[in-house]
Design a protein around this ligand. Structure first.
Ligand code: ZN
Ligand code: ZN
Length: 102
């Protein structure tokens, strides 16, 4: 079975930026403030979660084969999720998360 690849533009719930679809990967977080939305239940892209809470970037994890992953935490239910960082993510914000976790 193929994982659904959902790659669509959306308006960020946190900062109001219209985030364009990604060229390289499945877009799931804001490129400006890096916030995400809790829409996936078990698999990335399944869009089965009824929560729809705002997910705050709380940390970074480096995975050799995949590069940087952003750790998102849902402000409503507390669920944590890893999301691959995109090439066009705001590098200043990425650096800020990195500093916070040191
Ligand atoms: Zn945003
Ligand atoms: Zn949630």
């Amino acid at each position: 079975m193929k994982t659904p690849k959902i790659n669509e533009k959306f308006v960020c719930k946190n900062c109001g930026t219209l985030v364009p679809p990604s060229k390289s990967s499945c877009r799931n977080h804001c490129t400006k403030c890096l916030h995400s939305m809790h829409v996936d239940e078990t698999l990335p892209g399944d869009r089965l979660s009824p929560c729809h809470g705002l997910m705050e970037p709380i940390g970074l994890e480096y995975k050799g084969n995949k590069g940087y992953q952003i750790i998102h935490k849902c402000l409503l239910c507390g669920k944590k999720q890893l999301n691959m960082a995109a090439d066009d993510d705001n590098q200043e914000e990425v650096a800020k998360i990195n500093l916070r976790t040191l």
